[in-house]
Write a protein of this length. Sequence first.
Length: 594
Amino acid sequence: MGAGKIVKVAGPLIVAEGIGDARMFEVAKVSENELIGEIIELHGDQAYIQVYEDTSGLGPGEKVVTTGQSLSIDLGPGLLQSIYDGIQRPLNTIYEKVGHYITKGVNVPGLDGEKKWEFKPEEGLKEGEEIEAGDFLGKVQETKLIVHRIMVPPDIKKGKLKKVPEKGSYTIKDVIAEIETEDGIKEVRMVQNWPVRTPRPIKRKLVPDKPLVTGQRVIDSLFPLAKGGTATIPGPFGAGKTVVQHQLAKWSNADIIVYIGCGERGNEMTDVLQEFPELIDPASGQPLMDRTVLIANTSNMPVAAREASVYTGITIAEYFRDMGYSVAVLADSTSRWAEAMREMSGRLEEMPGEEGYPAYLPSRIADFYERAGRTICLGSDGRKGSLSVVGAVSPPGGDLSDPVVQATLKVVKVFWALEDQLAFERHFPAIGWLSSYSLYHNNLTDYFRDEIDKDWEKLRTAVMSLLQKESELKELVRLVGLDSLSGNDRMVLETSKSIREDFLHQSAFDPEDEYTKLSKQYRMLKAIMNLHMLCEKAIEKNIPLEKLLELPVRQKIARMRHIKEDKLEEFDVIDREMNSQIEEHSANSMFSDG
């Protein structure tokens, strides 16, 4: 620890001198109010500190004290259902303490140190037993949905159990076990403290081979994301980035959701805070907040804290991944994080890169997304966990050549491109099917074949082919008119329209339509493509296209999104009617020809 004084104040950037023993990324406390800051640059005994709180009223000569610690957060029981700011201060507790506004220097621990939790030790643990980092010592039923596993901290590589955990009520500060190591006896508590900029260790990464099922048809069927994968959602203002993120948070089949509102508008974060506590998890019937951690760092909060909020969120996610859970991090939006870096870089007078962003922007973005993955976790049981990351990007004017978008595309494997034209047409989710892509298809082929149907990949390829052909035919229609097309080409346009309007279009406000299981998605696509193939055969038998477009079954296909998940046999009725109506037209055509 060292002490110095302020010599310069530039917004969230403080320059202090007289701190000779300061280290990079060390936490410092600024002024009598003890504002929390982090050292981001050193010049001799001068330290440049980004402050995570409001710096108005600060002036030269005020004291600065370093703490000797990196920016760290507490990890333990109590994380779930919490709403934090960018540096893990619980907003609910701050509200109870100081009211609606966060006052300067308010210092509230991330976890309640006085609350007692019912701890149950792992069965079979004995004194003198060999134990290693990541091994389970016991568990706490944190919520009705999630069992919080108490693990040997990563910094205790190996040792022998000296004090065996016992069942009882403990606070996170109580010692529950002692481990004898080469460096002496280490005490283990239910809380771990971890520096946010350091990835938590794992044994090794695995290939992601199971989908993160979101219930959003355009995503799951055409551009799937694997558990442990990375995705980005770029798009202009009003295209629906935040709503897509909300849908993923509500419906994806991850065990834990960490939602990071990084620099977004306060009213959008307010919607999350008001809506999420009332939502019910579809898989369990329990409140969605039982498996959710919210981090709120809105656009009117200190800009420097945005830079910390994404690291806080992903560190919490890594902690739950280490327990063997499937975790999804939703960052909305990484553009605001990048803008915070640009502002700090400008105040540091660094040489700007493209569009004023710092030259290290691509490496920072890569470091963040590289913390995702499907992994073998620490511990002797070889358990597996996954951490998926979905980051929204808000490029000015929806320009996908923006440096943040381009740097993100170099490291993520799924690209969901939101298009303003689709949003203007009220087609939501406004994910463009011709510009988006997923690189996880090969990894997920076996899963879809075994769990859904052997024809899944073939069906998806046929649908994408039709949508691509529709784009080409639309150009032709603009040039020479619709009447110049053959019957088969006009059928392609009609089927593509059905795919777009009856399958890809989805309402987030319709209880039957906002979430669709994979089995129903397959039946919906299958019905559309079956009708297309039957109509193509009918056209070959000279049945007029107008007759085919008037088939009553087309109305049922248009309403199939409202078929309940437990009544998929209604699709069998659609298939039978489809065949009988086509056969009837074929018979009438043969009779009239005769």
